[in-house]
Write a protein that binds this ligand. Structure first.
Ligand code: C2E
Ligand code: C2E
Ligand code: C2E
Length: 91
């Protein structure tokens, strides 16, 4: 089954993200920084992002969204037990 569905809430661990090598995590770190700046949300340890944003990031990383999700879990940026949002999406 798919690692990410339309009902999965994506919560990035910013502390893990900050400790990764810049050559791999750089694009994701810049994307997260941009969202923080747009929201004026600078002090969090985590950042909830849109499901749409994962699709954009997958294009940036030239992976499928599922492949990117697996990579983010390996990096410790996503929790393997991601919380589901009740009441959105199908399946
Ligand atoms: P918290 O800030 O005390 O928020 C507790 C819960 O209130 C959140 O649980 C969420 O259900 C709701 N909530 C708070 N702010 C908003 C909001 O702007 N919009 C909506 N729709 N709901 C809101 P959740 O999402 O499980 O988050 C748990 C905790 O994780 C939050 O506690 C916060 O400390 C942190 N967190 C999650 N996402 C972000 C984020 O994007 N930025 C920051 N700075 N912290 C976040
Ligand atoms: P926007 O998309 O026009 O959203 C305006 C406001 O609607 C946001 O102000 C926020 O208060 C609320 N909003 C929109 N979608 C959601 C949502 O899914 N959950 C919650 N909790 N609130 C939502 P805010 O947060 O000050 O963001 C300002 C602008 O920054 C947004 O304007 C958008 O252009 C950008 N932005 C912020 N966070 C994200 C993000 O996670 N992804 C993307 N792609 N853009 C974001
Ligand atoms: P959330 O606030 O609990 O919102 C859950 C889902 O409800 C969002 O999933 C989106 O499908 C829908 N939703 C909530 N508010 C709005 C809105 O104003 N406009 C629209 N069109 N849909 C809305 P999504 O997009 O995957 O976002 C996941 C989480 O990312 C949100 O959970 C929120 O924590 C965060 N987020 C996304 N966009 C923004 C934003 O612009 N500003 C802020 N502060 N947080 C955002």
């Amino acid at each position: 089954s798919s690692a990410v569905t339309s009902s999965t809430k994506i919560v990035l661990n910013l502390e893990s993200l900050g400790s990764l090598p810049a050559d791999e995590a750089g694009p994701l770190a810049r994307y997260a920084s941009t969202i923080q700046a747009q929201r004026h949300d600078y002090n969090g340890k985590v950042l909830s992002i849109r499901a749409e944003d994962l699709k954009s990031l997958a294009i940036i990383y030239d992976m499928s969204p599922d492949e990117l999700t697996t990579r983010l879990i390996e990096w410790g940026v996503l929790s393997p037990g991601m919380e589901s949002v009740v009441g959105f999406g199908g399946d």
